[in-house]
Write a protein that binds this ligand. Structure first.
Ligand code: SAM
Length: 260
């Protein structure tokens, strides 16, 4: 998958892209991530990317011209093609006003051939970017951050780990919180999540569970013991305990997932 990040702070991504799974996916050729400095697409001496809002009010707004120029320079399909899903490309405008990011959205993004993440700053981005350039507006949660860089990195991380082969152990992304596998097991239907091929969302219509609790050595730490069943070596009992524990933890921490 190709990912492009558009930002006025390209150095922000130096660290995060160079660690762990994101780094490995790039080294393995599974992900190609490019960071574009929005100021490169300005034409004035001060490399101006922002201006005052029409109608007055606080703060500055990111201007449309550099954003349109930047995206037009990287060879994307026209917006209509992207909106109609005739191409596997998406331009995502990071915005607190967007639709909520989730594991389901991450799975859909992981099927794309190309994703562009546009990071806002200041009071936000000229609305014509949402109306005429972006394919979708995405929020990472109901809170306001100072810029779209952290949300962009969060999305890159969540999506990269869903690219087949990006994780050392393929099973690990299938058995995590919000994955369909938990849901199927909890309902007693069994079976693994299908391979991420084709255009359909992977975990559509699933009520998902949180992951089950994990333990490692020592079995007794300060008198707090690991559940006996995990040490007993009976795989069926371990599986049963994990299903029950995942359900219990979901009920306790995220009952909304069960109500859905
Ligand atoms: N005035 C905007 C509002 O109230 O919705 C907030 C602008 S925020 C200070 C600046 C930039 O941070 C936004 O343009 C967006 O790119 C990013 N941002 C802030 N919160 C976000 C969130 N929850 N999800 C995604 N991006 C966010």
């Amino acid at each position: 998958m190709k990912a492009d990040i558009v930002t006025i702070f390209p150095d922000f991504f130096r660290g995060p892209l160079e660690y762990g799974i994101t780094r490995r996916a790039q080294e393995m050729g599974l992900a190609e991530i490019r960071v574009h400095d929005l100021r490169e697409f300005t034409h004035d001496r001060h490399r101006t990317v922002d201006d005052r809002p029409f109608g007055g009010g606080e703060g500055m707004v990111l201007k449309p011209e550099p954003l349109f120029e930047c995206l037009e320079s990287i060879g994307l399909a026209p917006r209509e093609e992207r909106l109609a899903r005739r191409v596997k490309q998406s331009v995502v405008l990071l915005s607190a006003q967007g639709q909520r990011f989730s594991q389901k959205v991450a799975a859909e993004f992981a099927l794309l051939e190309r994703i562009v993440l546009v990071c806002g700053r200041y009071e936000g981005v000229d609305e014509r970017v949402a109306e005429y350039l972006a394919t979708e507006e995405i929020s990472v949660g109901d809170y306001v951050l100072s810029g779209g860089e952290l949300p962009a990195m969060l999305i890159i991380d969540a999506v990269t780990r869903l690219i087949p082969g990006a994780l050392g152990n393929e099973a690990s992304s299938q058995n995590e919180s919000f994955s369909a596998v938990h849901d199927k097991e909890a309902r007693g239907t069994g079976g693994a999540r299908p391979a991420p091929t084709g255009g359909k969302p992977l975990i559509e219509e699933c009520t998902t569970l949180l992951d089950f609790p994990h333990y490692t050595r020592p079995a007794d730490f300060r008198g707090w013991k690991v559940p006996d069943v995990l040490i007993g070596g009976n795989h069926a009992e371990v599986a049963n305990w994990r299903r029950a524990a995942a359900l219990e933890k979901t009920q306790r921490n995220r009952p909304d997932l069960l109500l859905r």
